[in-house]
Design a protein around this ligand. Sequence first.
Ligand SMILES: Nc1ncnc2c1ncn2[C@@H]1O[C@H](COP(=O)(O)OP(=O)(O)O)[C@@H](O)[C@H]1O
Ligand SMILES: [Mg+2]
Length: 366
Amino acid sequence: MDQFDLELQNIRKVYPGNTVAVEGFDLQVQRGEFISFVGPSGCGKTTTLRMIAGLESITSGTLLIRGQDFTHVPTEKRPTSTIFQNYAIFPHMTVRENIGFGLEVRKVPANEAAKRVDAIIEKLQLGDVADAKETSLSGGQKQRLALARGLVTEPEILLLDEPLGALDANLRKSIQEELKVLQRSLNITFIFVTHAQSEALSMGDRVVVMNAGRVEQISDPFELYTRPKSSFVARFIGRNTLIEGAYQGCENGLARVETPFGLLSGRPSFDPAHISAQTGVSFVLPSEFITLNADPSGADHQGLTCTVGSLHRIGQIVRISVRLPDETEIEVESYAENTANLNLSPGAQVDLGWNAERATVVCDRP
Ligand SMILES: Nc1ncnc2c1ncn2[C@@H]1O[C@H](COP(=O)(O)OP(=O)(O)O)[C@@H](O)[C@H]1O
Ligand SMILES: [Mg+2]
């Protein structure tokens, strides 16, 4: 049997006062994988991370690290290290002392500790500030110090809870890249929590989308973006329009949905054998694949007639906001040259077209 680096089996967390924070959480992580947890505030990301770290007890379920049961093992005996958003740097200690502290706690002999601290200072380019204290560090240096502290104990699994949240956008981008490179060079497993979908998608080998304590979907970023499995994921990730309707069965691998705007087809994200006709489903239309046409064309045409709302032109790109008959707004982007023959004045009718293969049909009750 394959041994995973980390495995969560049916993990559940109930806080005192009966708050169910996490339920039915299953996850299998390979050695060296970069996993992002993403979801709205309060969905249970931090709680799950803290249970993996042993900072929070597990109400039920099993936590395995490299095949060994760690469900009830105390935090200091786990091969994990945690980095928090506020970094928790000791203000009275220098950078070097901050990094060495974790080794002192673990009673690593002084000469061995000094060697490891030096190595990590070099790796994370903290040499210039090794003897400085927190107040004289920049945002990026604090971030690297937090990483150095996490890595110096040589964990198997590094847990990061919104570690870039305190940084401005530019620094965030460059540290995201550094972090990715570092993770590859160390070949250790990262579990990275964020509430930002773009960060989750750009960082993760796989992304776990959470909603109200439960896992909605675990997929690689491309699959997650192009093939959502639930209406929650379709709304949370990407730029999708959802149209509710009644399932009418499959034909040529495409699910047909009766909607207020006619029959629409898309790839089903569910097993058609498990869904009966007339079940409520959602048709998911990604903005990226919509084209604008002057009028409906061809018998196999998939499309919707909309009303032009507003129009913004940014160089070669035109961003058009259109409205469905029920007033749902859709943002469509197009190259200016592709819209030359269209009447896009506000109030004009325009036809939206797409390839049915690019649309997805999701069912929330499979
Ligand atoms: N120590 C606690 N005691 C009671 N409830 C908590 C505690 N920590 C978190 N919660 C609740 O558990 C749920 C999940 O919280 P959390 O894991 O912090 O979510 P996230 O990190 O996704 O924002 C929320 O409803 C939150 O209010
Ligand atoms: Mg949190």
